[in-house]
Every structure is written in structure tokens, then in C-alpha cells.
Ligand binder design. Structure first.
Ligand code: SAM
Length: 185
């Protein structure tokens, strides 16, 4: 990560609780995973002020595979802050911002993601999964944050993904609990 992005990441970590950002550890993990897996088309559901967006876009840049991130946020004000943060990091070329309701936007996506990072309305996780599960290619990765911190709200989603034989999944011991799932068939 370049020095500017590093400084902005450090700056955003000071207001993490205000913007419900993922932990630094989770950001590092997602960044490494993007570089290892060589994904190209990432969908993020839940932008907030762009902390995780910054880490994902930076990892796609480092991968050097011409990857791109599309990120969804309902609140215009948060999206504006996120845009500003990504511009300051010189990562705008790697990110498309979409503002609106996640369920409507992902129902009308004009591309097929090979990685999905779910971090929006916890009670909607199951619906995000239902819309995307058949469309995702084999080898696609799903990440979902807060599966431990908000276990009750995402219980239906966890149950469904665990019972779907096409997906291999594991809850990782990162702050808030991160589910990682791989589409096998
Ligand atoms: C936990 S925060 C995202 C944090 C961000 N991923 C990060 O780590 O920097 C969740 C965000 O999702 C947005 N959100 C929640 N429900 C949504 C929905 N149905 N459609 C679009 N955005 C939604 C919220 O406004 C909030 O900014």
C-alpha cells in the first residue's frame, strides 16, 4: 500500500466506530486474499465511508490484473465521503460507486462478480445470497462480515450457505467474525 493510502487508512481507523468499518485485521486478510486468489470483479455491499473499499481497491491495484470493484451504499452522504477518500488515495479508477438499495442494485447487476464482500443490512444477508448464488461462477468467493457479532440476525443466511453443497464455507476467527465461502460447483 502506498504512503498516501496508508495514511488515509490510519486516519479512517480513528473513526471506525462511527462508520461501522471492518477491523484492520479483517482488511489485511481481505487484501491478502484478493492478491492470492487473483479475483478481478469484486462486489462490495455496504461502502460506508470507504475504509474497506480503500483496502479492496488497493489490493486490486497491487494484483495488476486490471481488476475492478463495484461498491453499494444507500446513504448519499456516506458515499460522497467514500468517493473523496478513494480519490485522495488515487484509486478512483478501480472503483464504481452505486448509490441506492442493495437488493435493487444487485438484482440488476451488469457484470458477474468473482468475489462478493457482504457488509450491509444484516437481516438482508440471506437475500443478497439468494440473488447471487446461482449467478456466481465456480471459484467465486463470498465474504460476509459480522457473522459472530450479529449471529442472531444472520443465522438464516449461515444456515442456508452451510446447507448448500455448492459452497464450502468457514467462519474465520477475525474481529466480528468473517464468513468465507468458495463456490465449488
Ligand atoms: C457496516 S457498514 C459498511 C462498512 C464498510 N464495509 C467498511 O468496512 O468500511 C454498512 C453500510 O451499509 C449500508 N447499508 C445498509 N443497508 C443497506 C442497503 N440495504 N442498501 C445499501 N446500503 C446499505 C449502511 O448505510 C452502511 O453505511
Amino acid at each position: 500500500m502506498n504512503l498516501i493510502a496508508q495514511n488515509i487508512s490510519n486516519e479512517l481507523e480513528k473513526t471506525q466506530h462511527e462508520f461501522w468499518n471492518i477491523s484492520h485485521q479483517t482488511a489485511e486478510f481481505i487484501s491478502m486474499l484478493i492478491k492470492i486468489s487473483k479475483v478481478r470483479n469484486v462486489l462490495e455491499i455496504g461502502t460506508s465511508n470507504g475504509y474497506s473499499t480503500l483496502w479492496i481497491a488497493d489490493a486490486l491495484k497491487d494484483s495488476g490484473l486490471n481488476g475492478h470493484l463495484t461498491t453499494i451504499e444507500y446513504y448519499e452522504k456516506r458515499q460522497c465521503i467514500a468517493r473523496e477518500n478513494i480519490e485522495r488515495c488515487n484509486l478512483s479508477g478501480f472503483v464504481t460507486f452505486k448509490q441506492g438499495k442493495a437488493l435493487e442494485i444487485i438484482s440488476a447487476l451488469d457484470f458477474i462478480p468473482d468475489m462478493v464482500f457482504i457488509d450491509a443490512n444484516k437481516s438482508e444477508y440471506i437475500q443478497y445470497f439468494d440473488i447471487l448464488k446461482d449467478k456466481l461462477p465456480v471459484g467465486a468467493i463470498i465474504l460476509a462480515d459480522n457473522v459472530v457479532s450479529h449471529a442472531a440476525k444472520v443465522a438464516d443466511f449461515l444456515e442456508e450457505i452451510k446447507n448448500d453443497n455448492r459452497f464450502q464455507s468457514q467462519v474465520l476467527d477475525l474481529p466480528a467474525g468473517l464468513l468465507m465461502a468458495l463456490k465449488l460447483s
